[in-house]
Design a protein around this ligand. Sequence first.
Ligand code: SF4
Length: 475
Amino acid sequence: MTEITTENYLSEAKRAIKNQVLQNALADLQHRFGTETALAYQNLPEGPELRFKAHDIRMHTIDNLDVILDKLAENVRKNGGHVFFANNGKDAIEYSLRIARKHNVKRVVKGKSMVTEEIGLNSAFIESGLDVSETDLGEYIIQLAGEHPSHIIAPAIHKTRNDVGKLFSEKMGIPYITDPAKLTQAARKALREKFLAADMGTSGCNLACAETGHITTVSNEGNIRMATTMPKVYIAFMGMERVAARLEDHDVLIRLLCRGASAQNMATYVSYIGGPRYPGQADGPEEFHLVILDNGRSRILADEDFREMLCCIRCAACLNVCPVYGKIGGHSYGFTYSGPVGAVVTPLLVGINKAKHLCLGETLCGACKDQCPVDIDIPRMLLALRSKLAEGDSVWGVTPADRKEKSMYRAWSWMISHRGVYDLFLKMAAFGQKFLPQKEGMIRWLPPPMNGWTQSRDMKPIASESFLQRWRKGS
Ligand code: SF4
């Protein structure tokens, strides 16, 4: 598994907020994709309601996942491919290394894949002596920089053209340039040689179709098509939830995926890969393997509260509207998945206590649900996670929040349900706040334990009259 640094969420978030370059990049990303994606849904021939149909399609698949995965495996094998069900990342890595050794593989080209990022495939391959190259431009930049992606579909969003110019000059030995077209040309040239020399290709899988036994990859650069067809061996990796039962369902989801991911009606390259090449065919791998990964997903599937999260098709639309992601960027989340999807999936995959800041950090504004192409109710699941953190949960091994916090909320709950006590509290607080530092009508500092609130924002003082008092007076 890739490195997990979810405990550093608060310090990384603070650092990100102070990084003006990152702030500009995130604002630009959200400005462009946030609005355009909503428009792309509006322009669907079926209207934005297609998102609700897609939700039903996904839930039906998730509720029948065992049968649908069996069908997928059966049809992939019928097409001449091999299927491997991996319980965890270690199994998936060992299987792919066996394939690599069998074919005496030295060089691997990779198409973009979050699931291989999740299991740390690159480092495992490199430790085993393989020469691995990412081929998506953003992923290539990240690999050269020795970093992890900070966005599901725009992995190098945190880098400026100057950063990339310096990086290419240092790592590729070319003169320092900052023109994006020339930088892309330089990467294209370097990658072309890698494609030609590769013995094995790997990629993720945007969606698989059980009815036909094919997998689908979507890209705007054409690199995945080359990584999947040029080398003689190809391994596709998919999370076990990324499947549609019927071709008809699959096509609805692909149309929504492209709109959710990049506000396009359809991505530039959409490849349906149905197995190895047939005798006499010019293109395609001689051997096709599909690795279907569990890695904690069965546990999510077994929980009624969270199985809806398996509907996710990893389009990143929720990142592009999330006010929290828009300020702290992807690296603060400390694992492969960031933004609202990461705030739910990461605690479920790596441990709810370990990644508690992620679900506590979101605002519950609901923008993620409204923008999600499959209408996943992320806010509901964030609340379910918070409830487990407050009360503890033996199934998920969650230790409850500290007693002090819990007693505080109990006292608060008791007070607000007793009108007289609450009014008395308001009177005392209104009097006490006069002694707190204020500027331009806002309180600048609160004493512990409320001081967290005023660390990065001011607080509006309590009004001299409550709403109820004004209501009674008719003002
Ligand atoms: S939760 Fe929805 S919007 Fe977010 S990545 Fe998944 S499918 Fe896309």
